[in-house]
Design a protein around this ligand. Sequence first.
Ligand code: V55
Ligand code: FE
Length: 484
Amino acid sequence: MVEPVRFPEIDLYEGWGEPMRTECEVKALEIIQGEIPAGLEGTLYRNGADRQFPSGRTDDIFIDGEGMFHMFRFEGGQVDYRCRWVRTERFKRQEAARRGLFGRYRNRFTNDPSVEDVHMGTANTTAMFHAGHLYALKEDDLPYELDPDTLETLGRVDMDGQIRSTSFTAHPKVDPVTNELFAFSYQAKGDGTKDIVFYLFDADGRLSNEIWFEMPYAACVHDFAITDEWVVFPFFPLITDMDVVKAGGPFYQWNPKQETHVALVPRRGGADGIRWFKGPATSAGHMMNAHRDGSKIHLDVCLYEGNCFPFFPTPEGETAPGVPPFLTRMTMDLERNEGAFTKQRMLDVSCEMPRTDDRYQGRPNRYGYMICYRSADGSSSTGRLDLATGKLDFWSPGAGDTVQECQFVPRAPDAPEGDGWLLVPVARLSKGRSDLVVLDAQDLAAGPVATIKLPVRVRSTFHGTWVPKETLATGLYPYKLHAA
Ligand code: V55
Ligand code: FE
């Protein structure tokens, strides 16, 4: 007898959050409104956390759970859908045992003794396609490679021995113009270590620079940003204390008495060229972009003036109240502000999951796309901010329904910035299923160009990527910057 599977009655698993645990495939999804624009040919990959088995605890958090990987293939005016578990080491051990073997988020001291030697990565956070390979990523482990057509898991990989850290970020930047890959690992020599390493790969997937340095504390470094000369690493005081972890406690603690630090790392240089800035405790998951303006480096980030993860308490065990994120420009002046960054709010509407036209990552961008929180009814909307004018355009899915992170797709490889489509997964909470909508990125208010109906619930996805049809074949993105 194996114990029956029963999930705990906690808010996380209520309603939309009920574990799906379902792999499915639908050829030629129903298009309930409009039509797929000609030229929109390629694959949207998305990744999210589901729950294979109950952990046996009641303190599960939404960023934990096994990776459920989704693909939407656009071809000839139709869209095929498929989702598959990422068959991680953790997944396979639980599948064989037919029960949960892993405990608290990232805390291996709470696992079943039978899986002491097993890598804990859930591969649940994003999709990356680079140099002809597709990966599922989670920041606590190495990448898992997947077959881009079937989503079959090919294995846990170190990219031909080039990744020597114990983990790899879930927020890499693939430059779709140069086809370079910018990435990093934090707590890079294992849980609780202060080591961090920046990796730069060329278009063929060969490591061309690697810079190791130390963080001020064992931080949670969920995302970073790049500019033409500098790589920007913010360190927020969500800190790992291994004594607490060993005692079965939370993997991170919120330390508001510690400062926020920013390291500017020279993209083509070494650790001796790193410049440091600091300021009061704040936190963030996600960066929109960064760019250089003379001696100033601007980092645009969805910043929380407090703890972005209220489920990680302070060392005193206090749970800080949640605060809303606001798009904020943090500025590091290499000539003037002497080790201290300045901050300026860019938009008074709370927003998260910021994106840009990916061709402008590391370059000055005019447009940003975010999930905006403007409604009292709990719904969210997709917004486009014009950074030049401050104007916010948006599209709302309707009362009670919510949008997930959007994906910008250029209309043509050399289209002007922002000329293209936004692909938006919509949680139709009102109907218990999902849609994928296609918006004209230059006219959100006009409503969807096409609405693609999913007969199932795409429970939650964090991040993803768009791979044009030809890129699947050649391994190279065809994109160029528009010549003005
Ligand atoms: C974040 C997300 C994670 C995680 C740690 O958004 C931080 C921040 C989706 O998983 O493991
Ligand atoms: Fe993220």
